[in-house]
Design a protein around this ligand. Structure first.
Ligand code: FAD
Length: 485
C-alpha cells in the first residue's frame, strides 16, 4: 500500500455491518444510536464522537475476525477499554466513518501463578479486579491510579499508565512479561510468554505499550506480580515548599532502605477543591499550609515487635521537622486513616472537574528541576490569566507534575479556553527548557497531536511514522491519534 493511502472516511456499508454481525452476533454489535452513546463521549465531555457501530467481541478470535473485515473494507477502528483516558484517544472522530471496538467483554482472568509471580488476563479486565485477584493470592499488582475502578488493563498498557507507585515498581510497561495482539490485518501475534529473559531480536511487545491503540489491539497479557506488602507506613505532611519535597524524598530513600513506594506533592488549592466537593474527605491537618506531601513506605517483610516502617518513619520525620523541611505531620494510625489520605490525593481530578473548567498539563521534568519549574510555571500561568487558580500536584519521584490551571471564579469554559494556547505554550516552553516531556503518563491521543509534532525531534517523529506505516499500512488502527502519517 503506498504511503499516500488515504484512510476511509465514507459511510460504513451495510454489507460490512452484516459481515461484522455474522461474526460477533447480536450481543456483539451495537448500531442503535442510544446504545452507542456511552461509547462516544469522553468522560469530561471534551470529545463527542460518532461511529457506524460499536463492536463488542467476546474473544480474541472474534476480535481478529472483526478486524479482518474492517481491514479488507478499509474501515478505521477505535479500540476502547474503560474510557477513562485523558487525551481523547479512545473516542472516535466526529465524521462517523469509524467503528469503536470495545474490549470490555474480554474480561476473564485466565491464570494466576503465585509461585511464578504471574497472572494472565484478557484485555478488558478492570484494573481493580486484577489488584484484588492478586491480593487474594497473597500477591501485589502494583499499578494503582485514580481510575482503577473503571479502567481496563488493555487501556493501561496501551497508555503505558503510571500512577502512584511508579517510583518503586515502574510504569505499566515494566509490569508485563508477554502480550497477545491482534494486528491491523486481523492476524494474531502470540507473544504471550512469561519469560524474564528473551533476547531474540526486537522486543515487539514494547511497541504496543504506549501506542494508544494505533498499532494493534492488545487482547491478552501476562502480568508480573510482586510480594504483598506486610508493613506499610503512610504519612500526610505539610512541607515548607516544593524544594522540601524533593529533599525529603532524597533523604527518605536512604532512611527507608529504598522502600519509598509513593511520594505525592499537592498544593492547598487542589486539597480545597477535594474537601469542598468530595464527600467523606476530612483535612488531616487542621491548619492550612501551602504545600503537602503524601508519602508511603512499604516492605514485604512483616514488622518485628516494636519496629518496622512506622517507628522508622516517625524518627525520620522528627529530624525533618527539626530541619524545617516538614511543618506538620500525621502518620496514619490505621488502614482507614491511610485510605483517607489516599482518597484526598486520588480525588484531585474529580474535585477539579466539579469545581469547573480547567486546563491540564501532564508534564515531567528532571526531579531536581521541580522547584524552579513550579515557581516559573505558576508565575507564567497567573500572568496570562489574572485570578487563575493553579492546581499543581503529582509524583515527585518521577518528576511528573499535573500542572493544572483552574479558571478564575466565575469565568466560563469558552472564555477560559481562549487562553489555553498561551498557557500551554508558556508551560511547554519551560518544559522544553529543562529537557522534560509534554506528556509524562496520559499520552498524546488527539489532545496533544500538534504539541508532539512541535516538541519532538524530527528524527524521532520520522521513526514513529515509519513504525506506523510499517505496522498499519492501511492506517485503519485509531487513525489521527498519537502521530499523523
Ligand atoms: C481519575 C483519573 C485518574 C487517572 N490517573 C492516572 C494516573 O495516575 N496515571 C496515568 O498514567 N493515567 C491516569 N489516568 C488516565 C489513564 O490513562 C487511564 O485511566 C487508563 O490507563 C486508561 O485505561 P482505559 O481502559 O480507560 O482506556 P481507554 O480510555 O478506553 O483507552 C485509552 C487508550 O488506549 C486504547 N486502548 C484501550 N484498550 C486497548 C486495547 N486493548 N488494545 C489497544 N488499545 C487499547 C484506546 O484506543 C485509547 O487510545 C487517570 C484517569 C482518570 C479518569
Amino acid at each position: 500500500m503506498p504511503d499516500s493511502y488515504t484512510p476511509y472516511r465514507g459511510e460504513v456499508s451495510a454489507s460490512v455491518i452484516d459481515a461484522l454481525r455474522a461474526v460477533l452476533g447480536e450481543r456483539g454489535l451495537l448500531t442503535d444510536p442510544k446504545e452507542m452513546e456511552q461509547h462516544l463521549v469522553e468522560w469530561r465531555d471534551n470529545y463527542h464522537g460518532a461511529a457506524a457501530a460499536v463492536l463488542r467481541p467476546a474473544s480474541t478470535a472474534e476480535v481478529a475476525a472483526a478486524v479482518k473485515i474492517c481491514h479488507d473494507a478499509g474501515v478505521p477502528i477505535v479500540p476502547q477499554g474503560g474510557m477513562t483516558g485523558l487525551v481523547g484517544a479512545g473516542i472516535p472522530h466526529e465524521h462517523g466513518g469509524e467503528v469503536v471496538l470495545s474490549l470490555r467483554r474480554l474480561n476473564r482472568i485466565l491464570d494466576v501463578n503465585p509461585a511464578a509471580y504471574t497472572m494472565t488476563v484478557e484485555a478488558g479486565v478492570v484494573l481493580k479486579t486484577i489488584q484484588e485477584t492478586a491480593a487474594a493470592h497473597d500477591r501485589l499488582f502494583p499499578l494503582s491510579l485514580g481510575a482503577e475502578g473503571s479502567c481496563t488493563i488493555g487501556g493501561n498498557l496501551s497508555t503505558n499508565a503510571g500512577g502512584v507507585q511508579v517510583l518503586h515498581y515502574g510504569n505499566a510497561r515494566n509490569l508485563v512479561l508477554g502480550l497477545e495482539v491482534v494486528l491491523p490485518d486481523g492476524r494474531i501475534w502470540n507473544g504471550l510468554r512469561s519469560l524474564k529473559k528473551d533476547n531474540t531480536g526486537y522486543d515487539l511487545k514494547q511497541l504496543y505499550m504506549g501506542a494508544e491503540g494505533t498499532l494493534g489491539i492488545i487482547t491478552r497479557a501476562v502480568l508480573k506480580l510482586s510480594p504483598k506488602p506486610r508493613d506499610v507506613a503512610t504519612c500526610w505532611l505539610a512541607v515548607r515548599d516544593p524544594a522540601a519535597s524533593v529533599e525529603l524524598l532524597s533523604r527518605a530513600t536512604g532512611a527507608s532502605e529504598d522502600n519509598v513506594t509513593s511520594c505525592e506533592l499537592m498544593s492547598r488549592q487542589g486539597i480545597e477543591f477535594v474537601l469542598r466537593h468530595i464527600s467523606g474527605c476530612v483535612d488531616p491537618i487542621a491548619a492550612s499550609h501551602a504545600w503537602y506531601v503524601l508519602m508511603e513506605w512499604s516492605s514485604a517483610r512483616a514488622a518485628p515487635e516494636g519496629g518496622g516502617m512506622s517507628p522508622r518513619m516517625e524518627e525520620f520525620l522528627a529530624q525533618a521537622m527539626e530541619d524545617g523541611l516538614v511543618l506538620d505531620a500525621v502518620v496514619a494510625q490505621s488502614t482507614a486513616q491511610a485510605q483517607m489520605f489516599w482518597k484526598i490525593r486520588e480525588s484531585h481530578s474529580e474535585g477539579q472537574k466539579i469545581e469547573g473548567p480547567s486546563i491540564k498539563h501532564d508534564i515531567s521534568v528532571p526531579v531536581s528541576e521541580i522547584p524552579a519549574f513550579i515557581e516559573r510555571g505558576l508565575a507564567a500561568m497567573c500572568a496570562i490569566v489574572p485570578g487563575l487558580r493553579p492546581v499543581p500536584f503529582g509524583h515527585v519521584g518521577d518528576g511528573n507534575l499535573h500542572f493544572n490551571a483552574q479558571a478564575p471564579v466565575g469565568m466560563d469554559k469558552a472564555t477560559f479556553f481562549k487562553h489555553a494556547p498561551a498557557i500551554n505554550h508558556a508551560v511547554y516552553e519551560l518544559v522544553r527548557g529543562v529537557a522534560g516531556s509534554i506528556s509524562a503518563e496520559h499520552g498524546i491521543g488527539r489532545f496533544k497531536l500538534e504539541e508532539l509534532e512541535h516538541y519532538r525531534d524530527v528524527v524521532e517523529l520520522d521513526l514513529m511514522r515509519a513504525i506506523k506505516r510499517a505496522l498499519d499500512p492501511r492506517q485503519i488502527m485509531n487513525p489521527g491519534k498519537v502521530i499523523r502519517v
